[in-house]
Design a binder for this molecule. Structure first.
Ligand SMILES: NC(=O)c1ccc[n+]([C@@H]2O[C@H](COP(=O)([O-])OP(=O)(O)OC[C@H]3O[C@@H](n4cnc5c(N)ncnc54)[C@H](OP(=O)(O)O)[C@@H]3O)[C@@H](O)[C@H]2O)c1
Length: 313
């Protein structure tokens, strides 16, 4: 029997269960995907613990996970452009951590075979989010851009996309991630008290744009450094959005399979790198989320649902 991660009530990682489910079939216009890898994102923790109950309530038993990569297993009537066995990546809200997902073609893009399964699972989530954040602040050649939490899932891609536009990128991180950021052409600075001074020390001509992927006062720092609100994007500071009118563009602004295909192609060509911090078998989903909840990482954590030796490359 296929399995899926489900939970029946809000709570800590212990509420997550790996349970047997019916194998889904493809209704007209949809595709069934056999999932190979599925990403783990901190926002999913907010849903599971019930923080977003008022806005986005769970429907129990609730599934878990959004962005994934896998093989097309079944194609519904009327679907064009996908065939059984194709390698694909996509977005299945609250459902991706399972052996099979059903998605429409508006949530599915081809996966380049040169892109690893682990990296492919992150394209429609943090990849799209990083793209949206970059589009919002439009870094240009020779501009200076700060990315907060630049070794995190979104930050590590946003920093490299800004570099690809010719910008000088300063990334905030803890010292354990400095070597990673330097290897990607990013100037690392330590986050925390005194951050504005440390940024100014490496950006003597000022900061043109600021991508905040962590909150915790980063938008205030950006405003204090003289960055215009329309050159600031935050993913994690609702109060600053209201106070300063900064951008809050995220995955929803880049929920386009054509864009995901572009990003996947760029990653497959090595234009940017998606560091995979850790890979967990599906059975270890609880521990995986405990690790995600630490909010310290070097890139992405990903679930492997079909083990490397069992994949049909
Ligand atoms: N709305 C959407 O569509 C959407 C989509 C994706 C993400 N998001 C949101 O975007 C945010 C980033 O997501 P993510 O997946 O990139 O998160 P993540 O991978 O968990 O980011 C972790 C990073 O945060 C850094 N960090 C820890 N404490 C910090 C502090 N006090 N100040 C600055 N940085 C600190 C860590 O740096 P070190 O490891 O170097 O200590 C780590 O690299 C989250 O709030 C997430 O919910 C929203």
């Amino acid at each position: 029997m296929p399995r899926a991660v489900k939970f029946w009530k809000y709570g800590g990682p212990e509420v997550l269960q790996l349970v047997e489910v019916e194998r889904p079939h493809a209704a007209p216009g949809t595709v069934v995907v056999e999932v190979v890898t599925a990403a783990l994102n901190p926002g999913e923790i907010g849903i599971r613990v019930g923080h977003f109950d008022a806005m986005w309530p769970a429907t129990f038993p609730e599934g878990q996970g959004n962005d994934f990569a896998g093989y097309v297993a079944e194609v519904g009537e009327g679907v064009e452009g996908f065939a059984i066995g194709d390698q694909v990546l996509g977005f299945a809200p609250r459902a991706a951590q399972a052996n099979f997902v059903v998605v429409g073609t508006d949530a599915l893009a081809p996966k380049p075979s040169a892109l690893s399964w682990e990296a492919a699972a992150t394209i429609a989530g943090v990849g799209a989010t990083a793209w949206a954040a970059i589009e919002a602040v439009r870094p240009g050649p020779r501009e200076t851009v700060v990315v907060s939490a630049a070794a995190g899932g979104v930050g590590v891609i946003a920093a490299q996309l800004a570099r690809l536009r010719g910008a000088h990128v300063i990334g905030t991180a803890s010292e354990g991630n400095f070597a990673l950021l330097r290897s990607l052409g990013v100037t690392p600075v330590r986050y925390g008290r005194g951050l504005a001074d440390r940024i100014s020390a490496v950006a003597p001509s000022g900061v043109d744009a600021y991508i905040d992927t962590f909150g915790a006062g980063n938008v205030d720092i950006a405003i204090g450094l003289g960055v215009r609100p329309d050159r600031i994007n935050t993913l994690a500071d609702g109060a600053a959005i209201l106070e300063y009118g900064v951008h809050s563009d995220a995955q929803e602004e880049a929920a386009s399979p054509a864009l995901w295909a572009t990003l996947a192609g760029m990653a497959a060509e090595g234009q940017f790198h998606i560091p995979i911090a850790q890979v967990y078998p599906l059975e270890e989903v609880r521990q995986a989320y405990r690790d995600v909840a630490t909010r310290h990482t070097s890139g992405k954590r990903v679930l492997s649902i079909i083990a490397p030796g069992e994949r049909r490359e």
